[in-house]
Ligand binder design. Sequence first.
Ligand code: HXC
Length: 297
Amino acid sequence: MESPFKADILKGKVGLITGGGSGIGFEISTQLGKHGASIAIMGRRKHVLQAAVSALQSLGIHAVGFEGDVRKQEDAKRVIESTFKHFGHIDILVNAAAGNFLVPAEDLSTNGFRTVMDIDSVGTFTMCREALEYLKKGGRGRNSQSGGSILNISATLHYTASWYQIHVSAAKAAVDSITRNLALEWGTDYDIRVNGIAPGPIANTPGLSKLAPDEITIKAREHLPLYKIGDKWDIAMSAIYLVSDAGKFVNGTTLVVDGGHWLSHHRRLPKEEVKQLSRVVEKRSREKPVGVPSSKL
Ligand code: HXC
């Protein structure tokens, strides 16, 4: 689909995207690049990074890749410094790196829980903290009067409760909290906007293939009337809105982009049945004399 945004809306900006080599992170990298930004992507797997950078470059996007693990503070520091050295400034940080697997809580080890917290929550905080001196108003390399922008990729799992996702629910709840707290502190002190996106099920992503493999989704679709699958494009367009001047007054928000999926409940009665039943119940309630409640006092 064609973008509704002007092709130069991010011209001159530099974006660093963790987990930018695959899935939603790669689509965000692509679309930020197509809208004028230069792109640095950070990831753990060299071959994934190389393939992603080549794909971005083939679209005419100025792109580089830096190997690193967001769980390691020294990697975060090095990648942010390398991005600055390469481009001369950093305007946008997107935290898209995440880890996940389905597991019943009773089978999850403390280390398994901690691993996802470390990638999603601690990693997000570490990247934000290390990028602060470059993103803040008047910070290193900034030639604009405003601060930069941070975007944290979250989820909707923790809005209610999610089967076999205790670790990710806890981690994404922390991410949303980081988004709000940094929006308050860094929005006030440094003119940095901090927002998030909570994607629903998105086609062709590692998240969907890990959390809802075909064996599960075929059944789920029967039971969830609102069940629809989004595209990576949906997330990337929301990302452009939030990190560009289009969203200049948006700060501290996590935008749910899920087609209403998290609101879904199994429909217990078909619509026509409810209409019939409702008429019968209404008629009955009008026919019945209204009882005066008796009081024992
Ligand atoms: C139970 C598991 C497990 C599983 C790992 N562990 N997989 N426990 N069931 N399927 C446990 C291990 O036993 C170990 O604990 C601990 O977790 C660390 O595992 P490692 O394999 O050593 O970790 P590592 O190699 O660092 O890999 C991290 C990872 C892996 C998260 C486990 O899956 C990964 O690298 N993922 C990145 C890519 C990814 O998942 N992308 C999808 C993101 S989708 P013990 O106690 O044995 O030492 C996404 C969507 C979010 O985030 C929301 C959607 C709605």
